[in-house]
Design a protein around this ligand. Structure first.
Ligand code: LLP
Length: 419
């Protein structure tokens, strides 16, 4: 459920007419609903209660500091994968002891940053990383709380580019080797083992792969305890999928997920951490764009928008589907369009043969489910400025990232004096 609904035939974000935002900030732009973000965050906390738990929002899905502050103020922790994301979490007022640091390639500098300002735990993904963290923490006279991210060799049954839990993927430590690496961790200065971490992929629409992975984590936890480690925390990663179409998709709900977590891990007396991104942010955001031209091709009609692959890359990168809807509700006859952007690549295609109401230049459309992996994956390809982000609450809206001017963009380049 989200809060983007037609009122009097005009698409609104909560109580704000999206056309009004378009007039104020220009198109294209991203818009997020505080009510939907809040609702989705709370679904997880309710689903995991009464188990002790911490929901750590995966910043990589939507990293605007205003959004992070909204979630942080509700009690969310943050899952970060870079020093930049860590800084965003701090800037949003989230205390270090609610930030977990994931990722296969943490640098020593990033480790020092997090140890200086506080960290809930590092999710360590390899033996070399463990040794580096030990050296960094020891040199600082600090102790780094860690989990090891294990790779359970489970097929997440999702798009190959976002599956992470098979042994051929670059992520985690093979679960069969985990006990040996935990034994090493226990001997290292500056390291304190606190738990186990797993994340098998993103946009999972079936609970079975999660359950298979969590069962392996449960077995490992018992073995590790028998080996003498104190395992108090299980980080289960993110990955729960969302419906991208209104019609036929019904991925499991956070309540189903929570029940399965309790069934597989509830007996272990651990604090449960999860790192959802998409389920919180995905359906909390839209990308709004204007039709520039309608072009008749050979047997097809191209709807040329002012948004492009650099603004929302998911369709060209993963062949992902995003519902596209007009801002003015239409019951008139429709037409099939190839929906494209102005970037000079055939890959700059959002949808082919998409049935839409008849549209004309100047009409506004919205891409649904664009809150996750939308703005964060945008680029300035073709020197197209990063588009603004807008946050709505009730009948109020505010620009939470402004569109840069062309001067700002051009002034980032410099010409060497010897040229
Ligand atoms: N934790 C870790 C360690 C992750 O790698 C990810 C996502 C998450 C949590 C959050 O997963 P989520 O709940 O959002 O599924 N750009 C792709 C998705 C990449 C996901 C990367 N890792 C897309 O647009 O579909």
């Amino acid at each position: 459920m989200d809060h983007f609904i037609y009122q009097n035939g005009r698409l609104h974000a909560e109580d704000v007419d999206l056309a009004e935002i378009a007039r104020a900030v220009g198109t294209p732009f991203y818009v997020y609903s505080t009510a939907t973000l809040t609702r989705h965050y709370k679904l997880f906390t309710e689903a995991l209660s009464p188990l002790p738990h911490q929901v750590c929002f995966a910043i990589k899905s939507l990293s605007n500091i205003a959004v992070l502050k909204l979630l942080g103020d509700l009690g969310a922790g943050m899952d970060v994968v870079s020093g930049g994301e860590y800084r965003r979490a701090l800037a949003a007022g989230v205390p270090g002891d609610r930030i977990v640091f994931s990722g296969v390639g943490k640098t020593r500098e990033e480790m020092r940053l997090a140890l200086t300002h506080g960290i809930r735990q590092f999710n360590v993904e390899s033996e070399p990383e463990l040794l580096a963290l030990s050296a960094v923490a020891h040199a600082m006279g600090a102790t780094a709380p860690i989990t090891l991210r294990v790779n359970p060799d489970v097929d997440a049954k999702t798009h190959e580019k976002i599956a992470t839990g098979k042994s051929e993927n670059k992520f985690g430590i093979p679960i069969a080797k985990a006990r040996a690496v935990y034994a090493l961790a226990a001997t290292l200065p500056g390291i304190k083992v606190v738990g186990v971490d797993v994340h098998i992929g993103s946009q999972l629409t079936d609970l079975a792969p999660f359950e298979a992975a969590f069962q392996k984590v449960a077995e490992l936890t018992l073995q590790l305890r028998a080996d003498g480690h104190e395992i108090t925390r299980l980080d289960l990663g993110g990955g729960l999928g969302i419906p991208y179409t209104r019609s036929n998709e019904a991925p499991p709900l956070p309540t189903d997920y929570g029940a399965m977590v309790k069934r597989t891990l509830g007996h272990l007396n651990c604090e449960i951490e999860i790192e959802p991104g998409r389920l919180i942010s995905g359906n909390s955001g839209l990308l709004v764009s204007e039709v520039i031209y309608v072009k008749e091709g050979e047997g097809r009609t191209f709807l040329i928008l002012d948004a492009a692959m650099n603004d929302l890359v998911r369709p060209s990168m993963y062949g992902a589907h995003h519902d596209i809807v007009p801002l003015v509700e239409s019951t008139g006859p429709g037409q099939d369009y190839d929906v494209v952007g102005p970037v000079c690549e055939t890959g700059d295609t959002f949808a082919k043969g998409r049935a839409l109401p008849a549209l004309a230049p100047g009409d506004l459309v919205a891409f649904r489910s664009a809150g996750a992996y939308g703005a964060v994956m945008a680029s300035e390809y073709n020197t197209r400025p990063l588009i603004p982000e807008v946050l709505v609450r009730g009948d109020q809206f505010a620009v939470i990232r402004a569109r840069p001017s062309f001067d700002e963009i051009l002034n980032r380049d410099s010409i060497p004096e010897w040229l």
